[in-house]
Design a binder for this molecule. Structure first.
Ligand code: 3HC
Length: 284
Protein backbone atom coordinates (compact mmCIF):
# COMPACT_ATOMS: atom_id res chain seq x y z
CA UNK A 1 0.00 0.00 0.00
CA UNK A 2 1.33 3.44 -0.95
CA UNK A 3 0.63 6.46 1.21
CA UNK A 4 -0.45 9.39 -0.96
CA UNK A 5 -2.73 11.50 1.26
CA UNK A 6 -2.24 12.20 4.95
CA UNK A 7 -4.79 13.25 7.54
CA UNK A 8 -3.86 14.82 10.86
CA UNK A 9 -6.41 15.13 13.66
CA UNK A 10 -5.66 18.04 15.98
CA UNK A 11 -3.65 21.08 14.93
CA UNK A 12 -2.08 22.15 18.20
CA UNK A 13 1.63 22.07 18.98
CA UNK A 14 2.14 18.46 17.86
CA UNK A 15 -0.51 18.21 15.12
CA UNK A 16 0.65 21.35 13.31
CA UNK A 17 4.24 20.07 13.44
CA UNK A 18 3.21 16.71 11.98
CA UNK A 19 1.19 18.47 9.25
CA UNK A 20 4.22 20.64 8.51
CA UNK A 21 6.70 17.79 8.11
CA UNK A 22 4.23 15.76 5.99
CA UNK A 23 3.56 18.75 3.69
CA UNK A 24 7.29 19.50 3.45
CA UNK A 25 7.84 15.92 2.32
CA UNK A 26 5.30 16.54 -0.50
CA UNK A 27 2.15 14.92 0.94
CA UNK A 28 -1.24 16.61 0.59
CA UNK A 29 -2.44 16.97 4.19
CA UNK A 30 -5.94 17.38 5.59
CA UNK A 31 -5.99 18.74 9.12
CA UNK A 32 -9.10 18.14 11.22
CA UNK A 33 -9.95 20.24 14.26
CA UNK A 34 -12.88 20.15 16.68
CA UNK A 35 -14.57 23.18 15.06
CA UNK A 36 -14.06 25.67 12.21
CA UNK A 37 -12.56 28.31 14.48
CA UNK A 38 -9.86 25.89 15.73
CA UNK A 39 -9.23 24.65 12.18
CA UNK A 40 -8.64 28.25 11.08
CA UNK A 41 -6.36 28.87 14.07
CA UNK A 42 -4.37 25.74 13.19
CA UNK A 43 -3.88 26.87 9.60
CA UNK A 44 -2.91 30.36 10.84
CA UNK A 45 -0.27 28.79 13.07
CA UNK A 46 1.19 26.93 10.07
CA UNK A 47 1.05 30.09 7.93
CA UNK A 48 2.98 31.98 10.63
CA UNK A 49 5.62 29.22 10.84
CA UNK A 50 6.14 29.21 7.05
CA UNK A 51 6.27 33.01 6.99
CA UNK A 52 8.95 32.97 9.73
CA UNK A 53 10.94 30.46 7.68
CA UNK A 54 10.55 32.67 4.58
CA UNK A 55 11.77 35.73 6.49
CA UNK A 56 14.79 33.70 7.64
CA UNK A 57 15.51 32.81 4.02
CA UNK A 58 14.78 29.10 4.57
CA UNK A 59 11.80 29.07 2.20
CA UNK A 60 11.15 31.20 -0.87
CA UNK A 61 7.71 32.71 -1.44
CA UNK A 62 6.85 30.12 -4.10
CA UNK A 63 7.76 27.18 -1.85
CA UNK A 64 5.80 28.73 1.01
CA UNK A 65 2.68 29.08 -1.17
CA UNK A 66 3.10 25.51 -2.44
CA UNK A 67 3.29 24.22 1.14
CA UNK A 68 0.18 26.10 2.19
CA UNK A 69 -1.69 24.88 -0.89
CA UNK A 70 -0.92 21.32 0.18
CA UNK A 71 -2.62 21.72 3.58
CA UNK A 72 -6.40 21.86 3.98
CA UNK A 73 -8.19 22.53 7.27
CA UNK A 74 -11.63 21.25 8.23
CA UNK A 75 -13.82 20.37 11.19
CA UNK A 76 -15.31 17.33 9.41
CA UNK A 77 -13.69 13.97 10.13
CA UNK A 78 -15.46 12.62 7.00
CA UNK A 79 -12.97 14.58 4.89
CA UNK A 80 -10.35 11.99 5.80
CA UNK A 81 -12.11 9.40 3.64
CA UNK A 82 -9.36 9.67 0.98
CA UNK A 83 -6.37 9.38 3.35
CA UNK A 84 -4.15 6.30 3.36
CA UNK A 85 -2.58 7.47 6.64
CA UNK A 86 -4.28 9.32 9.49
CA UNK A 87 -2.24 10.54 12.47
CA UNK A 88 -4.33 11.46 15.50
CA UNK A 89 -2.72 14.22 17.60
CA UNK A 90 -5.51 15.40 19.89
CA UNK A 91 -5.17 16.11 23.59
CA UNK A 92 -4.29 13.14 25.80
CA UNK A 93 -7.74 11.82 26.59
CA UNK A 94 -8.28 8.08 26.24
CA UNK A 95 -12.05 8.24 25.87
CA UNK A 96 -11.93 10.96 23.23
CA UNK A 97 -9.27 9.04 21.34
CA UNK A 98 -11.26 5.79 21.50
CA UNK A 99 -14.35 7.59 20.15
CA UNK A 100 -12.31 9.15 17.35
CA UNK A 101 -10.82 5.79 16.36
CA UNK A 102 -14.31 4.25 16.34
CA UNK A 103 -15.38 6.98 13.87
CA UNK A 104 -12.18 6.58 11.83
CA UNK A 105 -12.89 2.87 11.57
CA UNK A 106 -16.14 3.76 9.79
CA UNK A 107 -14.80 6.65 7.68
CA UNK A 108 -11.24 5.87 6.54
CA UNK A 109 -10.58 3.79 3.41
CA UNK A 110 -10.41 0.04 4.18
CA UNK A 111 -6.63 -0.10 3.64
CA UNK A 112 -5.81 3.09 5.65
CA UNK A 113 -3.25 3.08 8.46
CA UNK A 114 -4.64 4.70 11.60
CA UNK A 115 -1.90 6.10 13.84
CA UNK A 116 -1.90 7.92 17.14
CA UNK A 117 0.71 10.40 18.33
CA UNK A 118 -0.19 9.64 21.93
CA UNK A 119 2.59 9.66 24.50
CA UNK A 120 0.72 7.89 27.26
CA UNK A 121 -2.71 6.62 26.22
CA UNK A 122 -3.42 2.98 25.47
CA UNK A 123 -2.96 2.28 21.74
CA UNK A 124 -4.54 -1.17 22.04
CA UNK A 125 -7.76 0.38 23.35
CA UNK A 126 -7.87 2.71 20.32
CA UNK A 127 -7.17 -0.25 18.03
CA UNK A 128 -10.07 -2.22 19.53
CA UNK A 129 -12.39 0.77 19.24
CA UNK A 130 -11.58 1.16 15.52
CA UNK A 131 -12.84 -2.38 14.77
CA UNK A 132 -9.81 -2.79 12.48
CA UNK A 133 -7.05 -3.30 15.04
CA UNK A 134 -4.51 -4.69 12.58
CA UNK A 135 -4.20 -1.22 11.00
CA UNK A 136 -3.65 0.77 14.19
CA UNK A 137 -0.30 1.73 15.73
CA UNK A 138 1.45 4.56 17.55
CA UNK A 139 3.62 7.10 15.70
CA UNK A 140 5.01 9.22 18.51
CA UNK A 141 6.69 12.46 17.41
CA UNK A 142 8.69 14.79 19.67
CA UNK A 143 8.37 18.45 20.47
CA UNK A 144 9.25 20.58 18.52
CA UNK A 145 8.23 18.21 15.73
CA UNK A 146 9.96 19.98 12.79
CA UNK A 147 13.30 19.90 14.64
CA UNK A 148 13.26 16.60 16.54
CA UNK A 149 14.43 13.66 14.45
CA UNK A 150 12.83 10.77 16.34
CA UNK A 151 9.54 8.95 15.89
CA UNK A 152 8.66 5.99 18.11
CA UNK A 153 6.76 3.38 16.10
CA UNK A 154 4.63 1.55 18.67
CA UNK A 155 2.95 -1.70 17.66
CA UNK A 156 0.23 -3.39 19.65
CA UNK A 157 -0.11 -7.16 19.84
CA UNK A 158 -2.76 -6.76 17.12
CA UNK A 159 -0.89 -4.59 14.57
CA UNK A 160 -0.24 -6.23 11.19
CA UNK A 161 3.45 -6.55 10.31
CA UNK A 162 2.85 -4.92 6.90
CA UNK A 163 1.32 -1.88 8.60
CA UNK A 164 4.43 -1.49 10.79
CA UNK A 165 6.66 -1.73 7.71
CA UNK A 166 4.68 0.83 5.67
CA UNK A 167 4.38 3.27 8.58
CA UNK A 168 8.10 2.94 9.38
CA UNK A 169 8.97 3.66 5.75
CA UNK A 170 6.70 6.73 5.77
CA UNK A 171 8.49 8.01 8.90
CA UNK A 172 11.77 7.83 6.94
CA UNK A 173 10.13 9.57 3.95
CA UNK A 174 9.25 12.59 6.11
CA UNK A 175 12.89 12.81 7.23
CA UNK A 176 12.61 11.25 10.69
CA UNK A 177 14.41 8.32 12.29
CA UNK A 178 12.07 5.55 13.46
CA UNK A 179 12.64 3.33 16.50
CA UNK A 180 10.46 0.30 17.19
CA UNK A 181 8.69 -0.19 20.50
CA UNK A 182 5.68 -1.99 21.93
CA UNK A 183 2.44 -0.39 23.06
CA UNK A 184 3.31 0.12 26.69
CA UNK A 185 2.57 3.33 28.59
CA UNK A 186 5.12 6.07 27.70
CA UNK A 187 7.10 3.87 25.29
CA UNK A 188 10.90 4.37 25.45
CA UNK A 189 11.61 8.10 25.69
CA UNK A 190 8.99 9.18 28.21
CA UNK A 191 9.67 6.10 30.37
CA UNK A 192 13.15 7.51 30.91
CA UNK A 193 12.54 11.23 30.48
CA UNK A 194 9.49 11.75 32.70
CA UNK A 195 11.06 10.36 35.94
CA UNK A 196 14.10 12.57 35.25
CA UNK A 197 11.89 15.68 34.90
CA UNK A 198 9.91 14.78 38.02
CA UNK A 199 13.14 14.24 39.96
CA UNK A 200 14.32 17.69 38.89
CA UNK A 201 11.14 19.22 40.34
CA UNK A 202 11.63 17.24 43.57
CA UNK A 203 15.24 18.41 43.78
CA UNK A 204 14.14 22.02 43.41
CA UNK A 205 11.33 21.50 45.93
CA UNK A 206 13.88 20.11 48.41
CA UNK A 207 15.78 23.41 48.28
CA UNK A 208 19.01 21.82 47.06
CA UNK A 209 19.61 24.41 44.34
CA UNK A 210 18.02 27.19 42.30
CA UNK A 211 16.24 26.06 39.14
CA UNK A 212 18.61 28.08 36.94
CA UNK A 213 21.53 26.22 38.53
CA UNK A 214 19.89 22.83 38.06
CA UNK A 215 19.28 23.72 34.39
CA UNK A 216 22.85 24.92 33.88
CA UNK A 217 24.21 21.84 35.66
CA UNK A 218 22.40 19.40 33.37
CA UNK A 219 23.13 21.44 30.24
CA UNK A 220 26.83 21.93 30.81
CA UNK A 221 27.50 18.88 32.97
CA UNK A 222 25.75 16.35 30.74
CA UNK A 223 25.65 18.10 27.37
CA UNK A 224 21.82 18.11 27.28
CA UNK A 225 20.45 20.73 24.84
CA UNK A 226 18.17 22.12 27.57
CA UNK A 227 18.01 21.88 31.34
CA UNK A 228 14.98 20.06 32.86
CA UNK A 229 13.00 23.21 33.72
CA UNK A 230 13.47 24.76 30.27
CA UNK A 231 12.33 21.44 28.81
CA UNK A 232 9.34 21.20 31.17
CA UNK A 233 8.27 24.67 30.03
CA UNK A 234 8.65 23.60 26.39
CA UNK A 235 6.72 20.35 26.72
CA UNK A 236 4.06 21.89 28.99
CA UNK A 237 3.64 21.25 32.70
CA UNK A 238 0.08 20.01 32.15
CA UNK A 239 1.22 17.49 29.53
CA UNK A 240 4.04 16.25 31.76
CA UNK A 241 1.71 15.94 34.76
CA UNK A 242 -0.84 14.05 32.70
CA UNK A 243 1.75 11.62 31.34
CA UNK A 244 3.14 11.13 34.86
CA UNK A 245 -0.32 10.41 36.24
CA UNK A 246 -1.02 7.81 33.56
CA UNK A 247 2.39 6.21 34.22
CA UNK A 248 1.75 6.15 37.96
CA UNK A 249 -1.69 4.65 37.39
CA UNK A 250 -0.19 1.94 35.14
CA UNK A 251 2.98 0.99 37.03
CA UNK A 252 2.20 2.14 40.62
CA UNK A 253 5.78 3.22 41.13
CA UNK A 254 6.28 6.32 43.35
CA UNK A 255 8.92 7.73 41.01
CA UNK A 256 6.20 8.34 38.40
CA UNK A 257 3.92 10.25 40.81
CA UNK A 258 3.73 13.97 39.94
CA UNK A 259 5.35 16.03 42.74
CA UNK A 260 3.14 18.50 44.65
CA UNK A 261 4.83 21.58 43.15
CA UNK A 262 4.12 20.41 39.60
CA UNK A 263 0.46 19.84 40.46
CA UNK A 264 0.14 23.27 42.02
CA UNK A 265 1.76 25.02 39.09
CA UNK A 266 -0.70 23.33 36.74
CA UNK A 267 -3.60 24.36 39.02
CA UNK A 268 -2.26 27.92 38.94
CA UNK A 269 -2.25 27.91 35.14
CA UNK A 270 1.53 28.14 34.88
CA UNK A 271 1.80 25.61 32.09
CA UNK A 272 5.04 26.74 30.47
CA UNK A 273 5.79 28.65 27.28
CA UNK A 274 2.28 28.26 25.91
CA UNK A 275 0.81 30.33 28.76
CA UNK A 276 3.76 32.74 28.97
CA UNK A 277 4.80 31.41 32.36
CA UNK A 278 5.96 28.11 33.78
CA UNK A 279 9.17 27.77 35.76
CA UNK A 280 10.36 30.76 33.73
CA UNK A 281 8.54 33.79 32.33
CA UNK A 282 8.32 34.35 28.57
CA UNK A 283 7.61 37.40 26.46
CA UNK A 284 4.72 37.16 24.01
N1 3HC B 1 10.34 24.38 11.04
C1 3HC B 1 11.57 24.35 10.50
N2 3HC B 1 12.64 24.92 11.09
C2 3HC B 1 12.43 25.52 12.27
C3 3HC B 1 11.17 25.57 12.90
C4 3HC B 1 10.10 24.97 12.23
N3 3HC B 1 8.85 24.96 12.73
N4 3HC B 1 11.30 26.25 14.07
C5 3HC B 1 12.59 26.60 14.17
N5 3HC B 1 13.27 26.18 13.09
C6 3HC B 1 14.69 26.35 12.78
C7 3HC B 1 15.15 27.73 13.22
O1 3HC B 1 14.88 28.64 12.20
C8 3HC B 1 16.64 27.52 13.47
O2 3HC B 1 17.35 27.67 12.26
P1 3HC B 1 18.82 28.31 12.24
O3 3HC B 1 19.68 27.44 13.12
O4 3HC B 1 19.21 28.23 10.81
O5 3HC B 1 18.65 29.71 12.75
C9 3HC B 1 16.75 26.06 13.85
O6 3HC B 1 15.47 25.45 13.54
C10 3HC B 1 17.05 25.86 15.31
O7 3HC B 1 16.15 26.70 16.04
P2 3HC B 1 16.52 27.18 17.52
O8 3HC B 1 17.63 28.17 17.50
O9 3HC B 1 15.26 27.54 18.23
O10 3HC B 1 17.04 25.80 18.06
P3 3HC B 1 18.12 25.38 19.09
O11 3HC B 1 19.41 25.13 18.46
O12 3HC B 1 18.06 26.27 20.29
O13 3HC B 1 17.51 23.95 19.47
C11 3HC B 1 15.87 22.45 20.21
C12 3HC B 1 16.17 23.86 19.83
C13 3HC B 1 15.95 21.53 18.99
C14 3HC B 1 14.43 22.46 20.73
C15 3HC B 1 16.89 21.95 21.27
O14 3HC B 1 16.97 22.88 22.32
C16 3HC B 1 16.51 20.61 21.85
O15 3HC B 1 16.79 19.58 21.25
N6 3HC B 1 15.87 20.62 23.03
C17 3HC B 1 15.37 19.40 23.66
C18 3HC B 1 13.99 19.13 23.14
C19 3HC B 1 13.46 17.83 23.64
O16 3HC B 1 14.04 17.11 24.45
N7 3HC B 1 12.28 17.47 23.12
C20 3HC B 1 11.59 16.28 23.51
C21 3HC B 1 10.54 16.63 24.49
S1 3HC B 1 9.66 15.21 25.05
C22 3HC B 1 8.42 15.04 23.98
O17 3HC B 1 8.22 15.78 23.05
C23 3HC B 1 7.54 13.86 24.23
C24 3HC B 1 6.13 14.27 24.52
O18 3HC B 1 5.37 13.10 24.46
C25 3HC B 1 5.95 14.88 25.88
Amino acid sequence: MTIKNVGVIGCGLMGSGIAQVAAQAGFPVTVVEANDELAKRGLDRLRETFEALRVKGKLDAKAKDALLARIAGTSRLEELKGCELVVEAMTENQQLKNETFAKLGRIAPPHAILATNTSSCNVTAMAAASKRPGQVLGLHFFNPVPLMKLVEVARTILTDEGVVTTATEWVRTVGKTPVQTKDSTAFIVNRLLVPYLLDAVRLYESGLAALEDIDTAMKLGCGYPMGPFTLLDLVGLDTTMYVAEVMFEEFREPRYAPPPLLKRMVMAGRLGRKTGRGFYTYNA
